[in-house]
Design a protein around this ligand. Structure first.
Ligand SMILES: [Cu+2]
Length: 230
């Protein structure tokens, strides 16, 4: 998994015997080719450990190909690559409760590191999988993960990771759909101050690529993207 970063501003000012370092601003580069931002919808407020905060909602999906997400109906450059949709460029409010629903349509296998079969950084440390409250999913039947990482800057930390269970290999295509019925994964997390973060999948799902970490796993806009807070 590569995380690319572009330094857009770094200034050093020296004055009166004191060196003053300005804040280095980082921008995320290499977003998906058609990564129209997906902005969380805010409806009302929620009572949380941080008090009463806005409640924001995001709807995402993971697909066994690239025909339903940000690459268009033709699938773009790699129609057969696994993908997130409808966008990998996500915007959520600062100091808010964010509830994410992910419909997971893909098959999978055993995760490399069982740490990523567990929920981390969510409210109560739980994740709802098909309506059941869980703290983890089966490590030998993982489809993908949704994992937010804080870039190493002075912005507020944010680490959230949830497992997305695999759909059975022999699952039949659902009526009126191109895919089998998905697993529905719902989780909530609290944001702090504004920041730029990256997220990715930590289940090596790039079948056919080196150690399964190549292809869609290492190309922005498929199994990774950006998360802007604020
Ligand atoms: Cu994946």
């Amino acid at each position: 998994m590569q995380v690319r970063r572009t330094v857009v501003g770094l200034a050093v000012t020296i004055g009166a015997g004191a060196a003053v370092l300005s804040v280095a601003a980082f921008a995320l580069s290499a977003k998906g080719p058609n990564a129209t931002p997906l902005t969380a919808k805010i409806t009302g407020t929620a009572e949380t450990a941080q008090g009463t905060v806005p409640h924001a909602w995001l709807d995402l999906a993971t697909y066994p190909d690239s025909l339903a997400g940000e690459h268009g109906a033709s699938g773009g450059a790699h129609p057969d690559w696994v993908s997130y949709g409808p966008s990998t460029n996500l915007h959520v409010p600062a100091h808010a409760l964010v509830t994410v629903t992910i419909r997971q349509y893909d098959s999978g296998g055993a995760v490399t590191n069982p740490y990523f079969a567990k929920a981390h950084g969510t409210v109560d440390g739980t994740v709802s999988i098909d309506g059941k409250t869980e703290t983890q999913a089966a490590p030998d039947a993982m489809g993908h993960t949704f994992t937010i990482h804080a870039a190493p800057t002075n912005q507020d930390p944010l680490f959230v990771s949830v497992p997305l269970p695999a759909v059975a290999d022999d699952a039949k295509t659902a009526p009126n759909s191109d895919y089998p019925a998905p697993h529905v994964v719902v989780f909530s997390f609290l944001t702090n101050g504004p920041g730029e973060y990256v997220w990715n999948c930590e289940y090596p799902c790039g079948d056919g690529y080196y150690a399964k970490f190549g292809g869609p796993m290492s190309t922005r806009g498929y199994m990774s993207g950006s998360l802007t807070v604020g």
